[in-house]
Design a protein around this ligand. Structure first.
Ligand SMILES: Cc1ncc(COP(=O)(O)O)c(C=O)c1O
Length: 364
């Protein structure tokens, strides 16, 4: 069996693929209304939230844009925590809509520090909101969101979080941790094809929304809220992906959130264990290594592109290369969504073969 092990899109279970293939329905009719209600209710359970939640047709980046433009105005000061490619993207979106972005930068592969955030927020009282990526897919690092959220709560700013490659697979109880705006995408931990972004917003975020003047139309959450009252979306939704999400959420509810999180931890532990026994080095600080994506430094003398080509063509395993400035320097294994230890074993056996073929010899 082929192994698609990039950090999204992730493989879809057969039941999800079959669900996606169902005939179209009227998106303004009772069947879609029931589907929408089911999906929204289940998603709230996985977000661990009582907040309002919307399913938008678009990719994760559309969800990030929604999170920014609905809560801020041009000229607003926003603190963007950056320690990877997606942190930079969040900062870039806020800048594109006229926010005054203050970056709190950490080296790629190092975790954002709550103490540094505290100091930055105390220094500049004009900062209205903080944007941060929970799981930095580019470096395989999970930021310590609980601690960061505590700091933001204590300083009473708005906390906007990209959980595109973590939610559904890693622990992130929205209400308990005090996140105001939380975004994820269907093609990651949710085992569904690309096409939907999911966003939940707190009452505090709605207060910001009433003042927010950034331009928006397609992504306007006021419109989404009005239509959700009728079990609809403002625009034609990606109905097929809704079917898939409905099916995946049923599977996820059967497994249970705690079991899903534990399974991701086990697979990640296995992959990291194999990485070490091969004498390879993780890119991120191991204390913060992600349980959904492992980012590995390419060993000296091994050409990443050639290795990935061999894995794809000869072993049927598709992995991801390095992202942004890590291109050619790292490679990444996605282990989120529909994945278990057996998959981890298969992938790491393939990596071992590919490395041997590339002439890699374990140091020491
Ligand atoms: C952390 C993170 N944020 C945002 C995105 C962007 O999502 P999309 O490619 O669906 O727009 C991704 C996807 O790779 C991601 O991993």
């Amino acid at each position: 069996m082929k192994q698609l092990r990039i950090p999204g899109p992730t493989p879809c279970p057969e039941a999800v693929l079959q669900a996606v293939a169902q005939p179209m329905i009227n998106h303004r009719g009772p069947q879609f209304q029931a589907l929408m209600e089911r999906v929204t209710t289940r998603l709230k359970e996985f977000f661990n939230t009582k907040n309002d939640l919307y399913v938008l047709t678009g990719s994760g980046t559309g969800g990030m844009e929604t999170a920014v433009v609905n809560h801020l105005s041009p000229g607003d000061k926003v603190l963007a925590i950056t320690n990877g490619y997606f942190g930079e993207r969040f900062a870039g979106i806020a800048e594109a809509f006229g926010a005054q972005v203050v970056r709190l930068e950490f080296p790629w592969g190092e975790a954002a520090q709550p103490q540094a955030l505290k100091a930055a927020l105390e220094k500049d009282r004009e900062i209205k909101a903080v944007v941060v990526v929970h799981n930095e897919t580019s470096t395989g690092l999970t930021n310590p969101l609980r601690g960061l959220a505590q700091v933001v709560r204590a300083s009473d700013r708005l906390l906007i979080v990209d959980a595109v490659s973590s939610l559904g697979a890693l622990e992130l109880p929205m209400d308990e941790w005090g996140v105001d705006v939380l975004v994820t995408g269907s093609q990651k931990g949710w085992m569904v094809p690309p096409g939907l972004a999911m966003i939940a917003v707190s009452p505090r975020a709605w207060q910001y929304h009433t003042q927010a003047r950034m331009p928006r139309y397609y992504w306007d959450l006021s419109k989404a809220r009005r239509f959700l009252e009728k079990g609809q979306t403002p625009w034609t939704p990606a109905i097929s992906i809704f079917y898939g999400l409905d099916s995946a959420l049923e599977m996820m509810a059967r497994e249970g959130q705690a079991n899903i999180i534990a399974r991701h931890r086990r697979v990640a532990d296995l992959v990291r264990g194999r990485v070490k026994s091969l004498g390879l080095k993780l890119f991120p600080d191991e204390k913060f290594a992600s349980n959904t994506v492992t980012c590995i430094r390419a060993p000296e003398g091994v050409e990443v592109k050639g290795m990935l080509k061999y894995l794809r063509e000869e072993e049927g395993i598709t992995l991801a290369g390095g992202q942004g400035m890590l291109e050619g320097k790292t490679f990444r294994i996605g282990h989120l969504g529909w994945v278990d230890e057996k998959d981890g074993e298969v992938v790491m056996k393939g990596v071992e073969k590919a490395l041997a073929r590339a002439g890699y010899v374990r140091a020491g």
